[in-house]
Write a new protein. Structure first.
Length: 190
């Protein structure tokens, strides 16, 4: 897997983008990245996981920023294990945070030659988190890419999230937290 830090570094002919913060790369994230991998394989494109070098809150509201569950390097190792061809690890800045959701997505889709964008149904992006799955669906029709919205993953009736994993670690349930963080490579199709 190739790691890049700007869209200009992408040299693939087309991409399927998996968007998210992906802190921890838990089983919910793994489901999303596997879906992007499978779509990329079907479309003859590269699977590109797009994330940031830090949690956005560490720039926007440092006092509210959660402790990161993994480093960018650890996340990239998991992306590779899940079948990503590329990881776009962008430097999160105030300038980037000020981009409108439409501008952010348009620039990403055009520069990465995206044929599909894969997100979780709760994914937010752009200025004040104004972009969401609905906007991606609307823009997909205008920009001719497939919008793929992946449903959330639940464990023991709870939504799997980085917040849940931090809570489990805080209350000492390391075994369940580790199980939720244990991702495996995609299974080969016969």
């Amino acid at each position: 897997m190739q790691i890049i830090h700007t869209e200009r570094e992408f040299t693939g002919k087309a991409s399927v983008l998996a968007l998210g913060t992906f802190d921890g790369v838990h089983i919910g994230h793994a489901a999303l990245i596997r879906r992007a991998h499978d779509i990329a394989a079907d479309m003859g494109a590269d699977c590109v996981v797009c994330t940031f070098d830090r949690h956005p809150l560490s720039v926007l509201h440092p006092e509210r920023a959660p402790a990161q569950l993994t480093t960018p390097a650890e996340r990239c190792e998991k992306f590779a294990l899940l079948g990503a061809d590329w990881a776009l690890v962008r430097h999160f800045t105030l300038e980037l945070a000020r981009q409108s959701a439409e501008t952010y997505l348009t620039n990403l889709v055009e520069s990465m030659r995206a044929v599909a964008v894969v997100v979780g149904e709760n994914h937010r992006f752009g200025f004040h988190g104004q972009g969401d799955a609905r906007l991606i669906g609307e823009m997909s029709a205008r920009m001719d890419f497939a919008a793929v919205i992946v449903p959330p993953v639940y464990d023991q009736g709870e939504l799997v999230s980085s917040t849940l994993i931090r809570s489990l670690l805080a209350c000492g349930d390391r075994a369940r937290a580790q199980r939720l963080l244990n991702v495996e490579a995609p299974r080969a199709t016969p």
